[in-house]
Design a binder for this molecule. Structure first.
Ligand SMILES: *Cc1c(COP(=O)(O)O)cnc(C)c1O
Length: 387
């Protein structure tokens, strides 16, 4: 069977997986050994030391590389470690173009850490406008960081348009594909150089493992990323690699339900009198709906955001009345979660910057899970009843 030509739901189960030659085990064994015996001095085997490579982590990396149509995957201890690994490719003093609205933790690493420790300079640009990205390119620009759809405002970036600009100026591109997952969006196929994932979210899918992955389409770039990862050491452990791999087996099945539930929730909220504004790329009213339809083949993801009407107390009242949705950080797992970006996922972004990003204090972020839809809608309905 060629995993490349088969359906995605088949590929998530078989990509990069072979029966274990030694035992016939169908699932890759969890290899906990940190070190591997050499055949003789000067003759190491395939694996030497687990910080560089490990059989269980390799199985996960092969799987995700194939799902993202890349040649090599590299797994890290968290999504943030994966992002740091990409920044480690850059020389001190490089300029990076990044989205105005994106994951607050990435923004913190860029702005509050790497600006200081690596003298990186950043321009925050509204990436829904490719002309604004082109205008931000300088001689020192070495990387365009893309996140699409963005966290939390679900803005959609035209990947092919940004790649065209980047290639013209010989600038590296990296796309955070956490929200769309390779089920619906494969940036490497559109010419993006690196795809980054927080595996903590949809890949793991059960809120029980932290991880990150980068995938590249170019073997040489893969070697460079591997070198800096071995040097800095933020690798994913074998137990966690196993859990992520296990999660991916049901990725296609889960994403189908996440998307169907999220679309129905977005449609419900759009009609509710207490809801001022809904953000979801699957709604025709979304400003980049046409692009999302073209670029995200078959699904718009499981995250829905909306602004609730009323004073500062309204959002707390609503969130605390919810019973099926749990008030908690994170997203992308089987259970539905609800958060207020201003005080939770994006609290590390200063308030005036947050306003510039368009993140209002009354913005609610829903990670719509795979529970029964009627229960989710009934829960939202009762929580939206009283002001
Ligand atoms: C959660 C998240 C990250 C960071 O990943 P961790 O696994 O929490 O380190 C990066 N990007 C996006 C879009 C995320 O949602």
């Amino acid at each position: 069977m060629s995993a490349k030509t088969s359906q995605f739901a088949t590929r998530v189960i078989h990509a990069g997986q072979t029966t274990d030659a030694a035992t016939g085990a169908v699932m890759p064994p969890i290899v906990t050994s940190t070190t591997f015996e050499w055949e003789a001095l000067g003759q190491p085997r395939e694996h030497i030391y687990t910080r560089s490579s490990n059989p269980t982590r390799d199985a996960l990396e092969r799987c995700v590389a194939e799902l993202e149509s890349g040649v090599r995957g590299l797994a890290y201890a968290s999504g943030q470690a994966a992002t740091a690994g990409v920044l480690d490719l850059l020389d001190a003093g490089s300029h990076v173009i990044a989205p105005l609205d994106f994951y607050g933790g990435t923004r913190r690493l860029f702005d509050q850490v790497r600006r200081r420790t690596s003298a990186l300079d950043f321009s925050w640009v509204d990436m829904t406008d490719p002309a604004a990205v082109a205008a931000a390119v300088r001689p020192a620009t070495k990387l365009i960081w893309i996140e699409t759809p963005t966290n939390p405002l679900l803005k959609v970036t035209d990947l092919a348009a940004i790649v065209a600009i980047a290639r013209q100026h010989k600038v590296l591109t990296c796309a955070d594909n956490t929200f769309a997952t390779p089920c619906y969006q494969r940036p490497l196929e559109l010419g993006v150089d690196i795809v980054m994932h927080s595996a903590t979210k949809y890949f793991g899918g059960h809120s029980d493992v932290l991880g990150g992955i980068n995938v590249v389409a170019d073997a040489e770039l893969g070697k460079q990323l591997h070198m800096v990862r071995s040097a800095s050491g933020g690798v994913l452990g074998p137990f966690d690699a196993y859990l992520v791999l296990r999660g991916i087996k049901t990725l296609a099945l889960r994403m189908e339900r996440h998307c169907a539930n999220a679309l129905a929730v977005a449609q419900y909220l759009e009609k509710h009198p207490r809801v001022a504004r809904v953000y979801y790329p699957g709604l025709p009213a979304h400003p980049q709906h046409a692009l999302a339809k073209r670029q995200m083949a078959g699904g718009f993801g499981g995250i829905v955001c909306f602004e609730i009407q009323g004073d500062a107390g309204a959002i707390g009242g609503f969130m605390n009345r919810l019973q099926v949705f749990t008030v908690a950080e994170s997203l992308g797992a089987v259970e539905s979660l609800v958060g207020q970006p201003a005080t939770m996922s994006h609290s590390s972004v200063p308030a005036d910057e947050r306003r510039k990003m368009g993140i209002a204090d009354n913005l609610v972020r829903l990670s719509v899970g795979i529970e029964g839809l009627d229960d989710l809608l009934a829960d939202l309905d009762q929580a939206l009843q009283s002001p």
